[in-house]
Write a protein that binds this ligand. Structure first.
Ligand code: G3I
Length: 411
């Protein structure tokens, strides 16, 4: 008995010397087995400490963040990077033409006061999240100063980019990191410019009140993309911010080979364009709105292809849909989800070298605030790692393990 104890102790010490153990058994809903080696206190910053080479972030809602409670606690406790789910879209920042609204500092305050490492800006140029005034300019009579509609939209786009970047890059801003650099470290400059066939979004196509085509493409033409990046780089340089990272952000890399290819070609072309000797693009946001059946092989191939650009890779909007199975969620779908969270984190670590990782950001914090959860007030999905009461789901522990554990050769 005593010998068995010594052997067990020895094996335990050897194991802990090699790698920290899985924390899956921290989950009370998982059976505790005899090999639970450490108990991480719930006060520890678990996710953001899982792997020093992967920054972990979440998309946050500025209406929920100021309220004390589980949502705010989790954001402060587990994440190092914040993305505004909606608060930095054009509709929020320029609600009337020429009137910018930078009065909300919720995200910056949380990042500053709780020592989070960065804020990721989302998003400067998108076909969605637009204020109505801009839509009106597609048909309204042009003022004499603008000979063409392209000139008018170019002017709108450049002013928006210049003003927004300058605000968050303002040298007088208090929102700085420990090194005195702006907390706003990066921007999705252009968001979702391509459709699933790999073509540029263009023709107006209103679905549920949202135009799936791009007003920017229709008015400026495809040059709007390189113009947007050029304006963004110029705006940051003008503020003396030489370190800001500029991203092209999109989804569908895993399920549309055509779109993947178009994104690759587009970013490679953008990489050749420089301002002050610096490429106008630094990175690719791969959103990863995936589901429990998304193919690991496709995810792997997409990561390899995007990483081959040499650009930074941000898994920028990760959530894993249960595919709206109806309540109660079966253990089958929840098990598939937790495994996919682990797989995705491991695939990211395996196929994106540390120097190219901008990190993994989940889209929204928990199921309660996820854009996918509710339909007409009824819960239909649960794509995040916390349930609607902000209790950690098995997926939380598997995401941690995906960030932390050794990667199996099979992935
Ligand atoms: O704030 C208004 C509210 O005043 C109004 O009463 C209500 C009526 O519908 O709408 C509210 O605004 C909604 C907003 O979310 C805040 O809830 C908008 O209608 C709605 O369109 C908006 O949806 C957001 C969507 O982007 C469009 O901007 C989602 O929350 C947000 O999760 C989603 O995020 C996108 C990323 O930006 C880009 N990638 C895909 C991702 C998911 O669709």
């Amino acid at each position: 008995m005593r010998n068995q104890f010594i052997v067990a102790l020895f094996l335990g010490v050897v194991y802990m010397g090699c790698t920290k153990p899985s924390i899956k058994n921290e989950n009370p809903s998982e059976p505790l087995t005899g090999n639970r080696l450490v108990a991480l206190a719930d006060t520890e910053k678990i996710l953001q400490n899982a792997n020093p080479n992967v920054m972990v972030g979440a998309a946050v809602n500025i209406n929920l963040l100021p309220q004390t409670g589980a949502y705010r606690d989790l954001v402060i406790k587990h994440y190092n990077s914040l993305t505004a789910e909606n608060a930095m879209k054009m509709t929020a920042l320029q609600p009337q033409e020429g009137t910018f609204n930078f009065s909300d500092h919720t995200i910056e305050d949380v990042a500053l006061n709780y020592g989070l490492k960065r804020i990721h800006g989302h998003t400067l140029v998108w076909h969605n999240g637009l204020p109505n005034w801009i839509k009106n300019w597609e048909t309204a009579a042009l003022p004499p100063a603008f000979p063409t509609r392209a000139a008018k939209f170019d002017s709108i786009m450049s002013r928006h980019i210049r003003t927004v970047i300058a605000n968050y890059d303002n040298p007088a801003s208090i929102y700085k990191d420990a090194a005195g650099k702006p907390l706003m470290k990066s921007w999705d400059v252009v968001n979702e410019a391509l459709d699933d066939n790999g073509d540029y979004r263009s023709t107006q196509n209103i679905v549920n009140g949202v135009d799936k085509g791009s007003i920017w493409y229709r008015t400026i033409g495809k040059l709007y993309i390189e113009k947007a990046f050029t304006y963004a780089r110029m705006a940051a340089e003008a503020q003396g911010d030489t370190g800001i990272k500029l991203f092209y952000n999109d989804y569908g890399h895993d399920y549309s080979a055509k779109k993947l290819d178009s994104i690759y070609k587009m970013v490679m072309a953008l990489k050749q364009i420089t301002v002050n000797g610096k490429p106008i693009i630094d990175g690719i946001g791969m959103q990863f709105h995936i589901n429990i059946n998304s193919s690991n092989t496709n995810i792997k191939n997409a990561l390899i292809k995007m990483a081959s650009t040499g650009l930074l890779i941000h898994m920028s909007e990760l959530d894993i849909s249960l595919n709206k199975p109806g309540l109660p969620f079966s253990s089958t779908v929840l098990n598939l989800q937790k495994q996919k969270f682990e797989d995705v984190a491991m695939l990211y670590r395996k196929y994106v070298v540390a120097a190219q990782r901008w990190g993994i950001t989940t889209w929204d914090v928990g199921d309660n605030d996820s854009w996918l959860t509710y339909s007409n007030g009824v819960q239909v999905d649960g794509a995040t790692v916390y349930d609607i009461n902000y209790v950690k789901k098995p997926a939380f522990y598997f995401l941690y393990d995906g960030l932390y554990l050794a990667i199996p050769a099979s992935l």
